[in-house]
Design a protein around this ligand. Structure first.
Ligand SMILES: [Zn+2]
Length: 382
C-alpha cells in the first residue's frame, strides 16, 4: 500500500486520524515513516500539532494533528440570475467576509466576472489579514462540461456557452480557479456540513430557475456531460407555457420563481424574480403562498422520479422559494407517486445553510481539489 504525505493529509482532513498512532493504525506505515510524512506536512504548513490535545487513552494524551485551515484563504463567488455573492473563506469553508454583487447574468461573462473579481480582490484586501489567497471558485446556474469545466449550453445564461470562466478569472486573480454548477455547490455545502454520513444527498434549488445537485458517496455527481440534476427543463405533459430555454411546458416554465412571479404579476402583484417571490412569501402574501404551494406540487411530480431512481437519504429544498408552502406541496405529490421503499428513510427538509450553502460548498470543492492526495503527493515530491 502506498501512503504518501497526501494520503496522510486526507486522513487528517477528514478527521479519520487525529494522532500519529491513528495514522500508523490506518495506513500500516512504520512509526518512522509516519513521522517523516507528518514532518513534511508540517514543514509545508499544511498540518498543525496541538500538544497533548489528542484523544485520552489513559496516561499522557498524544499530540493532536489537524489541517491548518486558517493559514490561507479562498475567494469564492456564487452567480445567480440577478444577484451574485462573493465570499472570503478559510480552507474549511468558514466564511470570513462576504459581499453582494448586483450584476445580471444577462450582462454577459466579461462584465459579470470582472465585477466579481473586483469584489473578491476587495475582500482579500480588507479581510485576509495578510494570509495568502490560494484559490478561487465560482458557481453558475447552468450545467458545466466535466472535461472543459466550461458552461455547456446553459439555458438561462445567454453568451456564456463554453465561455472560459476559469481562464478569465485566473487572468485577473492569478491562482487556481474552479468552476461548478450552483446546485451542485449548494448540495455539497449542505451535505458536508449537516449530512456527512449520508451516502446520497439530493438538493433542489428553486429560485428564479430550478436545478438540482447530487452528492453521492461524498462527491458531487456530475453525469457524463455535466447534465446530472438539470431537471428544470423536463417537459410536463399538458403544459404549454413558454420556457426561457425556448421549449414549452418545462418544469421551470410552470413552477420556478420566474413562473410564480409571472402569475403574481398577472394578479397585479409586482414581482420580477425568484427573490421577489421569496420576499412576498416572508411577508405572508396569500397569493404568493398559494402559488408557491402549487409550484411545490408540480416539482414533487418530477422529484418522485428522481427519488425512485436515486433513493437518497436526504432531499434538501433550497433557493429563494424554499418555504414550508413549497415543502408541503412537494410532499403532497412526491409521496403518493413513489413506492414506500424509496421514501421510507427519506428526510425531506428545508436547507439549513440558506444562501451560505453555495459559498461554503464552493470553498470546500476548491479545498478538496487543491489539497487532494494526488495534488499533495505531487507537490511534496517536487
Ligand atoms: Zn426549459
Amino acid at each position: 500500500m502506498t501512503s504518501g504525505p497526501g494520503d496522510v493529509l486526507q486522513l487528517i482532513r477528514r478527521a479519520e486520524a487525529n494522532t500519529r498512532r491513528d495514522i500508523q493504525q490506518l495506513t500500516g506505515l512504520s512509526r518512522m515513516t509516519v513521522a517523516q510524512r507528518v514532518d513534511a506536512l508540517m514543514d509545508a504548513g499544511l498540518v498543525i500539532e496541538d500538544a497533548g490535545a489528542g484523544g485520552a487513552t489513559g496516561g499522557r494524551r498524544p499530540d493532536r494533528l489537524s489541517f491548518h485551515v486558517d493559514r490561507s484563504v479562498l475567494a469564492v463567488a456564487t452567480v445567480d440570475t440577478a444577484h451574485s455573492r462573493t465570499a472570503l473563506t478559510d480552507l474549511s469553508g468558514r466564511i470570513i467576509a462576504s459581499d453582494a454583487v448586483d450584476v445580471a447574468i444577462s450582462e454577459g461573462p466579461e462584465r459579470v466576472l470582472d465585477a466579481l473579481a473586483a469584489s473578491m480582490r476587495r475582500l482579500v484586501d480588507e479581510a485576509s489579514s495578510g494570509r495568502p489567497l490560494v484559490g478561487t471558485g465560482i458557481s453558475v446556474p447552468g450545467p458545466i462540461d466535466p472535461s472543459t469545466r466550461r458552461p455547456s449550453q446553459p439555458p438561462i445564461m445567454p453568451g456564456w456557452d463554453a465561455y472560459p470562466i476559469a481562464e478569465h478569472l485566473a487572468e485577473v486573480i492569478p491562482v487556481p480557479t474552479f468552476v461548478e454548477n450552483d446546485a451542485d455547490a449548494m448540495a455539497f455545502g449542505e451535505q458536508s456540513t449537516h449530512f456527512p454520513g449520508s451516502n446520497a444527498v439530493c438538493l433542489i434549488k428553486v429560485s428564479t430557475g430550478i436545478g438540482a445537485g447530487l452528492v453521492i458517496n461524498g462527491s458531487v455527481y456530475h453525469g457524463i456531460d455535466g447534465g446530472a440534476g438539470d431537471i428544470g427543463h423536463i417537459r410536463l405533459a399538458g403544459e404549454t407555457a413558454i420556457c426561457q430555454c425556448g421549449s414549452r411546458g418545462c418544469l421551470a416554465a410552470v413552477a420556478s420563481g420566474r413562473a410564480v412571479a409571472v402569475k403574481l404579476d398577472e394578479l397585479g402583484i409586482p414581482a420580477g424574480s425568484g427573490r421577489d417571490v421569496g420576499r412576498l412569501l416572508q411577508a405572508g402574501n396569500v397569493d404568493a403562498l398559494s402559488l408557491t404551494h402549487e409550484a411545490g406540487r408540480r416539482i414533487g411530480e418530477v422529484m418522485a422520479t428522481v427519488v425512485s431512481m436515486i433513493n437518497p437519504g436526504v432531499l434538501v429544498v433550497s433557493g429563494d422559494l424554499a418555504s414550508n408552502e413549497l415543502l408541503g406541496g412537494l410532499r403532497e405529490t412526491l409521496y403518493p407517486r413513489s413506492l414506500p421503499r424509496a421514501t421510507r428513510n427519506l428526510d425531506i427538509r428545508l436547507g439549513e445553510l440558506g444562501e451560505q450553502a453555495g459559498p461554503i460548498g464552493m470553498a470546500r470543492i476548491v479545498t478538496d481539489a487543491l489539497y487532494s492526495a494526488d495534488a499533495i503527493n505531487h507537490r511534496l515530491a517536487a
